[in-house]
Design a protein around this ligand. Structure first.
Ligand code: FAD
Length: 428
């Protein structure tokens, strides 16, 4: 027996994960989707996000409105990327230029979010709705309670509420050690400066073509790339937490001054680039170092009955392998595949159990790989250090399993697991 009424799906959180899923399942008449965002508007902070081959393949598999959403949002193939050494015996040498597969497409975050949300009816998009508790009700539905006192009942709840959201607590139990994200051991800071200023500070030679540069050095990493069609240069400095600076428990950001920057780059080879990047960073009058966090402890599950978690709520990772948004898109692809197959609210828990089983190994592997990649990019890889030849040997393979994912096979794997569950638990 299948349900005559559509299955009511509530998505909590209107970031890239929630918006991708909402858009992906919109085409299924047996699913009725509402999306709830705690902020007063749907918005994305930060400039651009890069989506590698695996993310683009997942968008293509979702199909429909989503297939070319990156292009409609103005996404372009990422400019050339070059990895170099900033200190050690090979200082100022090139390690390698990244292949097209690793570069992917780069798109403005706000434009992508707006495109994803566009086809969803206004009455289904809710802002100022912060979830504060979730209860499984006797009727089988899930009761969602909001801070403003309102309540919504859904057949299926998807927590896409980010790294500091609520739904992870509900799925794992609030005292589970895997609930909080932990400091990953790195900090990063950003400064946006006009192109002319960047040329003067860093050197004209880095801007002859539109190229992203990464610099590996002792205990840190520097990156600079060109944004806004060539008008702006983004400069990033990353360091290791606890070396020359102490972070108090629960401290996520702190001001970064000249002394702290110079301390972070103390062991780097003295070059015009090193001096220039310090000045470039100090152009930001509100310069702050942000502690990078991640879900260091593997969650035992991403699902609990009729509630599941996706995106950063499920598997927050450090940005070293640029994969968080890509994994959120893969989550949406798998959930859409599974929700398409179910016909009754009584099958929601089986779809979510399948999603968890299929997505956990890959996403948790990337959490740990990303952190390990950060160690190498900060010049601290075991048996690698600042040896450019060894770095060239070990780095590319770290992305291969992420980018070369066969998304069609991933969907098939999920469908096989779900089919077994549906046969084992037939509807009355
Ligand atoms: C510096 C940096 C660079 C990155 N670069 C890349 C990259 O190049 N490529 C890539 O693939 N990934 C990248 N990532 C990762 C990527 O940005 C994230 O993984 C992705 O944006 C997560 O999306 P999300 O929707 O899961 O979470 P979020 O974007 O955090 O969205 C969660 C939403 O839920 C809302 N919310 C929170 N709590 C509640 C509640 N209780 N009730 C209702 N709503 C709630 C929030 O307001 C928010 O809108 C980067 C990350 C960082 C930090």
């Amino acid at each position: 027996m299948s349900s005559a009424e559509p299955i009511k799906v509530a998505i909590i959180g209107g970031g890239l994960a929630g918006a991708t899923l909402a858009n992906a399942i919109l085409k299924h008449d047996h699913l009725d989707v509402n999306i709830f965002e705690s902020a007063s508007e749907f918005s994305e902070r930060g400039a651009a996000v890069s989506l590698a081959a695996n993310a683009q393949a997942a968008l293509a598999e979702i199909g429909g409105e989503v297939a070319d959403v990156v292009e409609r949002a103005g996404g372009v193939v990422m400019s050339s990327s070059r990895l170099c050494m900033g200190s050690g015996p090979d200082a100022m040498s090139i390690v390698f230029d990244l292949g097209a597969e690793m570069r992917g497409k780069v798109v403005h975050r706000a434009a992508l979010l707006a495109e994803l949300l566009k086809p969803i009816e206004d009455k289904k998009k809710h802002t100022n709705r912060k979830v504060i508790s979730i209860n499984d009700s006797a009727k089988g539905q899930v009761e969602i309670n909001f801070e403003d006192g309102t309540v919504f009942h859904a057949d299926a709840v998807v927590g896409a509420d980010g790294v500091r959201g609520y739904v992870r607590c509900h799925v794992l139990g609030k005292d589970h050690p895997a609930v909080p994200a932990k400091v990953a051991g790195f900090w990063d800071a950003r400064s946006l400066i006009p192109m002319q200023k960047a040329k003067a500070l860093l050197g004209e030679e880095y801007f002859e073509i539109d190229r992203q540069y990464g610099w590996i050095g002792e205990g840190g990493f520097i990156m600079h790339d060109v944004l806004d069609g060539g008008d702006t240069v983004q400069c990033v400095v990353c360091g290791i937490v606890g070396e020359g600076d102490e972070w108090a428990e629960g401290e996520w950001s702190k001001p970064l001054d000249r002394a702290a920057l110079e301390k972070a780059l103390e062991e780097w080879t003295d070059t015009p680039l090193k001096k220039g990047i310090v000045e470039a960073m100090l152009q930001n009058p509100d310069l702050k170092a942000f502690a990078e966090t991640h879900h260091a402890i593997d969650a035992p599950t991403y699902a609990n009955g009729r509630t599941c978690i996706i995106g950063d709520a499920a598997h927050s990772m450090t940005p070293w392998q640029g994969s968080g948004a890509g994994q959120a898109i893969e989550d949406a692809m798998i959930l859409q595949t599974l929700l398409e197959k179910i016909k009754s609210p009584d099958q929601v828990a089986m779809a979510f159990q399948t999603y968890s089983e299929v997505r956990k190994p890959r996403t948790q592997r990337i959490i740990h790989s990303s952190c390990g990649t950060g160690v190498i990019l900060c010049g601290r890889g075991a048996d690698v250090g600042l040896d450019a030849a060894k770095i060239k040997e070990v780095l590319p393979g770290r992305w291969a399993f992420i980018h070369r994912q066969n998304q069609g096979e991933h969907k098939e794997e999920a469908l096989e697991v779900l089919a077994k569950l549906l046969i084992a638990h037939p509807l009355p």
